[in-house]
Design a binder for this molecule. Structure first.
Ligand SMILES: Nc1nc2c(c(=O)[nH]1)N[C@H]1C(S)=C(S)[C@@H](COP(=O)(O)O)O[C@H]1N2
Ligand SMILES: [Mo]
Length: 159
């Protein structure tokens, strides 16, 4: 079965917006790959590429200081400080050699290696955006629909 035509777009405050397919990411060099992300999150299997390797290809401008992760599928967004995340995040795109399944948050899922508990920090587990289809570099914080408290959080998870 061939990979779906889905792409991840990276744009905003960058010198060169780029969109990536499954095949593009699978062709990244081995040092840019992160094999078996369950090493960081036991319940989340799969392989990814480093956020750094993606940013190297779009060349963020010096004014970019936030990363805004958009999931069109369920209209979810999280905006997190770039400096704190740049060597801590992975874009998961593959499971067992195939595109990452939607049931697990694919075809692309953002993953922070050591997230804080939900709604305790900007770099929390809620920022591990599923179905991410656009990563926007911004100057200042961008759109963020993450829950702010336990009531909102429960409501989101009940969906
Ligand atoms: N697109 C999207 N990503 C999302 C969410 C969501 O509702 N939509 N929920 C977030 C929250 S609040 C948490 S705690 C984690 C849950 O990840 P899991 O479903 O793999 O346990 O995903 C995050 N990513
Ligand atoms: Mo969460």
């Amino acid at each position: 079965m061939s990979a779906p035509a889905t792409r991840l777009q990276i744009d905003g405050d960058v010198a060169e917006p780029v969109s990536f397919s499954f095949d593009d990411l699978a062709a990244f060099s081995e040092v840019e790959q992160v094999r078996d992300v369950s090493r960081f999150h036991p319940k989340r299997p799969g392989d990814g590429v480093t956020l750094r390797s993606l940013l190297n290809r779009v060349c963020p401008r010096e004014t970019a200081d936030y990363l805004t992760l958009h999931a069109t599928k369920d209209d979810f967004a999280a905006s997190i400080p770039l400096a704190a995340i740049v060597d801590e995040a992975i874009l998961v795109y593959q499971l067992d050699g195939a595109p990452y399944p939607e049931a697990k948050g694919g075809p692309f899922r953002f993953l922070i290696k050591n997230p804080a508990a939900c709604h305790t920090d900007e770099l929390d587990d809620c920022a591990n955006v599923k179905f991410v289809d656009r990563i926007e570099l911004t100057s200042g914080k961008g759109r963020d629909t993450r829950p702010h408290d336990e009531v909102q959080h429960e409501a989101l998870h009940a969906k």
